[in-house]
Design a protein around this ligand. Sequence first.
Ligand code: UTP
Length: 414
Amino acid sequence: MEEIIKTLEKYNQNQIIEILHKVDETTKEKLINQLNKINFKEINDLYKNIHTANKVDIDKIKPIKSTNEDKLSKEELEKYKRLGEETVRNNKFAVVTMSGGQGTRLGFNGPKGTFKINVEPNPKYLFEIIVDTLTEANKKYAVTIPWYIMTSEENDTTIKEFMQSHNNFGYDGQYIKYFKQGKLPLIDEKGNLLIDENYNIRLASNGNGSIFESMRTKGILDDMESKGIEWVYIGSIDNVLLKMVDILLLGIAIEEKSPIATRSMFKNNPRERVGSICSYNGKIKVIEYSEFPEEIVDAVDENGELLYGESHIMCNLFNIEALKIVSTKKLPYHMAFKKYSYIDSNLNLVVPEEPNAYKFEYFIFDSFEYFNKISILRGKREEDFAPVKNATGVDSPETAIKLYNNYWRKMGKI
Ligand code: UTP
């Protein structure tokens, strides 16, 4: 106790000190155990920087080259697809689904993958849609693709039980591996850690960019290497048109000798709420719509096409060496200010009506800057991108269902 109090004093955690003095012995012991695992220096450094805004310098932004699928010749298409297909058929390809998110905007009480959407001909869970896509590719290429699922502390058990109760939607369990992403304490405006109603330190997932470190520390990279995996597709759980076994993207990355690749989508208006892929200070970067400088957001090239229209839609391909490199790097944290209830120093539960705490997150695309080359393949919205983000309106179940049905109708499957 004395030792932890000293650390807490050093880092101005007076609220917790008071709480520790008031709770019973069992709770005290539990809290001390948890406090011992906290990296106070890291939290303090984050706190010190919360007011340092990420200023984007216009002069450092340049457009980045991409390949437009529509402009590829028949020969090019065949060559790339052959290369990609060979890799898949030779069992050198794996898929990771990121499902550690909280899905706050959707407001569904459960992990997003367990959300059911009313597509034709039968409603499907988001996890089921992923499995269907993988299963179709497995049949086509006569393989079973190893599938890794990133969960979070909050949803790991629910996801595993859900998958088990649905018999993995027919996917061979031997080829599925789960791993948990990282987490970090939340802090309030004064830098205090928060204690939740069960007297635990309030932790939250630290963003999808924690995937790299987690893959290394949880033995996923080793597992992939032992299976001879050379290329890894990392995608989100909530895009119902996501085609993870993207042999075209894979073939282009191999041909262009790029360590990383992404299928992008062209913005339908300069201010669409997506991140723009560009070059920044000579490095590959995705700039969030909220941070993109207004002065150049409408800029067009000589053909009248948006200069910064290429957007990141969570379709990420990495070769295994690239994953190993980035798994040891420290990505920058991004910050969100959100509402979280907490126990105050008088042991009262406070449920705030306004945001009161900072959540820190790593973003997967911040890893791009560690590489000097990326293959970007511009896909098509109606074929590649139907995300379930919001409960209603844009990028909601309603829009995703429409896009899904239209696509599969066009494919003659419904
Ligand atoms: P989003 O950034 O859209 O987050 O995630 P979200 O959790 O789904 O939704 P909101 O923002 O809370 O409404 C994009 C992808 O990254 C995963 C999500 O599960 C989704 O597949 N993700 C996000 C993680 O795996 N971990 C995280 O910490 C955050």
